[in-house]
Design a binder for this molecule. Sequence first.
Ligand code: BV8
Length: 231
Amino acid sequence: MSTIVILTGAGISAESGIETFRAETGLWAQHRVEDVATPEGFAKDPKRVVDFYNGRRAQAAKAVPNAAHEALARLEAAHDGEVLVVTQNVDDLHERGGSHNLIHMHGALNSALCGVCEHRWPVTSDMHVGQECPACGAPAARPDIVWFGEMPHQMDRIFDVLGRADFFAAIGTSGNVYPAAGFVAEATRAGAHTVEINMAPSAVGSEFDAAIMGPATQTVPAWVDQILKNG
Ligand code: BV8
């Protein structure tokens, strides 16, 4: 029974109409990372940050899962061993595509976090600055997003599964952000076969055993078929 770990990034949601970060017209071309994806940026101008995530939450709500999200859900349902999807994405397209064994290591748009008591609660509409926490009442709600300099979620569990992975795939991520970009090295140390599925080699592309280039809606279903056929 083989264990498969799959890391996904913005590229898996690109064909669902959700913009990526580092393309020429991507999010980081429109906004400075320091202003919208750091605790300092939130402290300096909370409205700019809340508006940034309100816009992305609304965009994600209009998007639908694509064939790549659905193929990963099919793999989880059909594979006899563990299939864990670790996503850097904050949209909910993996859940809506049918994945269950899923970790949002960089947080989620449809969740709010209290900056005082750390209570989390679902949000699907716009947030506002000074929004009250339903648990402690403090006007300290913030997007439940892991910003630069903050610790990604469930790292112990991720490294535990990576330590016993037989296969590791990175799909649609540019390999610029750590610790996610270091997962291929962890999987290699565990003796896993590693494959990068992307439109072009990532910043850590040379660390993979294999590469499959092309749009995720074509490459991921084909890769899943091959994995399920080989058993
Ligand atoms: C931490 C918020 C420690 C959510 C994000 C120097 C060296 C190494 C590391 C560091 C360093 N200096 C600082 C660091 C740490 C820093 C970091 O890595 N910085 C980088 C930039 C150098 N990392 C952190 O701060 C992390 N935390 O290290 O904490 C710590 C220790 C103790 C105690 C406390 C803390 C936190 C990182 C999380 C930051 N949050 N975003 C959001 O707003 O969405 S990161 C942001 O980038 C997103 O989460 C995104 O997921 C992530 C990665 O981007 P990608 O998903 O890869 O997207 P990108 O656009 O870049 O690429 C898209 C890819 O898709 C491309 O390859 C493209 O070819 C491909 N593609 C496009 N279309 C398709 C496609 N592929 C297939 N099909 C298609 N159709």
